[in-house]
Design a protein. Structure first.
Length: 194
């Protein structure tokens, strides 16, 4: 019986983190309070505080979870496509992750602006998680020195994330298509050719 309660507690915590991630991506950090986060997760505010001491702590966990989703997505494409992972990942990122509802968007473009306004502790957590993403990219790039692969990883993820952020703000479909083509070409050149 105790095992069930531990599992149930962990499931509730994960549900709150997932709900918090959706809420923060859609409305920003200041766009929702603890009561709203609890309601979105289907728990009481008291249950929320049973898992997190503050909204900021939930934000921190949502960042960790969201950036880890990006890392796992990269690993999935690398496992599925081997050395040819870059183009399918770019197509996915500039397609589905650019056009999906903000609640399902990649955490990098959706939460980075919120992180810039957050505490140093939050920015440090973001940096730690982003470093894992950079390693995942750099380690899967064609042979080059570690420094060059790291530089290419930075350029690759910042181009994609920033590109998605910019394209979400555009109204004209032709302008968006032009941006997608330009960003895709640049991302492939960075990742495949250096």
């Amino acid at each position: 019986m105790a095992r069930y309660k531990v599992d149930q507690k962990e499931q509730t915590r994960e549900r709150i983190i997932t709900a918090a991630g959706r809420c923060f991506r859609k409305g920003g950090y200041s766009g929702i309070g603890v009561d709203g986060l609890a309601k979105e997760a289907g728990v009481t505010s008291g249950a929320f505080y049973g898992h997190f001491s503050s909204k900021e702590e939930a934000f921190k966990e949502a960042i960790i979870f969201g950036i880890n989703e990006l890392k796992e997505g990269l690993e999935h494409f690398q496992a599925e496509y081997g050395s040819k992972w870059v183009a399918p990942f770019v197509d996915f990122y500039l397609g589905e992750k650019r056009t999906c509802d903000l609640t399902k968007a990649c955490s990098m473009p959706a939460l980075t602006p919120e992180v810039t306004r957050a505490s140093v502790a939050i920015r440090e957590v973001y940096q730690i998680e982003l470093a894992k993403v950079l390693d995942t990219i750099a380690n899967a790039l064609p042979q080059a020195s570690p420094l060059v692969r790291n530089q290419r990883a930075w350029a690759f993820i910042c181009l994609l994330s920033g590109g998605v952020t910019t394209m979400r703000a555009l109204a004209d479909a032709e302008f968006v298509a032009e941006a997608v083509n330009a960003i895709k070409a640049a991302a492939l050149a960075i990742a495949e050719n250096g």
